[in-house]
Design a protein around this ligand. Structure first.
Ligand code: SF4
Length: 238
């Protein structure tokens, strides 16, 4: 839904998709916090913060090997940023989360279209919690998050239609912004209409680049060279 050509490069043409530094940092933070919540499902206790930072270091070491860094990106500086973000989240937010399940593979059917996905975190109240990293404070909830939560509410028994996005902001002093929302019946309808429309476009192989996407930049999309070569124009730096 975000960029059809990006999907086509990845899944249709199977062009290798080396992680950008932003993706790698986000994945390493996810992995460390996910490790904490996975054990908390059973123990009901968070790990000590230093333990979660150690999980981040291991994950970052793995991510670095597969990441295409841009010249001005320093993996050591990014590691310091990642550790600060993990520490902030563990200190401020993790103790308030009561996890029911972590990294859940969900699948089902919406308007005749088979869909599947992964939920990072579901709490005991059926709320889907998504943790992401960003360089600036979010001003509103991205439609993509609402769409994801509407999808899960359709296919996962126990998902309440409540969602929350916790954004770890990579400012000099790290911040965490929590935004809660509830999926309305109108928003449920969006998933019911968009999946068949997307399926139809895929079957007709009608793929168009979305240079207006918030994720369209050389820092966020590893296909930018392919995209410029094929479609012309210039993908923005960030
Ligand atoms: S560079 Fe932008 S338009 Fe091109 S594939 Fe990536 S996200 Fe899509």
């Amino acid at each position: 839904m975000d960029c059809q050509i990006r999907w086509w490069f990845k899944y249709g043409l199977k062009v290798p998709d080396p992680a950008t530094a932003n993706m790698a940092l986000g994945r390493a933070v996810h992995s460390a916090l996910g490790g904490n919540f996975a054990q908390k499902v059973d123990t009901r206790e968070d790990l000590p913060i230093e333990g979660v930072v150690a999980l981040f270091r291991d994950a970052w070491a793995d991510e670095q090997e597969q990441t295409e860094f841009r010249d001005e990106e320093d993996p050591k500086e990014l590691a310091v940023t990642g550790e600060a973000l993990v520490t902030k989240y563990m200190d401020q937010i993790a103790p308030t989360i009561d996890p029911a399940a972590v990294e859940i593979h969900v699948y089902g059917e919406i308007s005749g279209v088979r869909v599947r996905g992964w939920i990072d975190l579901l709490d005991v109240e059926g709320r889907v919690i998504d943790i992401k990293t960003a360089k600036a404070r979010p001003s509103s909830i991205e439609l993509m998050h609402k769409f994801q939560v509407a999808t899960y509410a359709h296919v996962l028994p126990g998902a309440s239609g409540q969602g929350r996005v916790d954004t770890l902001v990579k400012t000099k002093t790290p911040q965490v912004i929590s935004q809660s929302f509830h999926i309305t019946s109108e928003e449920m309808k969006v998933a019911e209409t968009l999946y068949p429309a997307a399926q139809q476009a895929m079957r007709q192989q009608r793929y168009v680049p979305n240079r207006l996407s918030m994720m369209c930049s050389r820092r966020n999309c590893s296909y930018w060279r392919h995209c410029e070569r094929e479609w012309g124009g210039e993908v923005p730096e960030s």
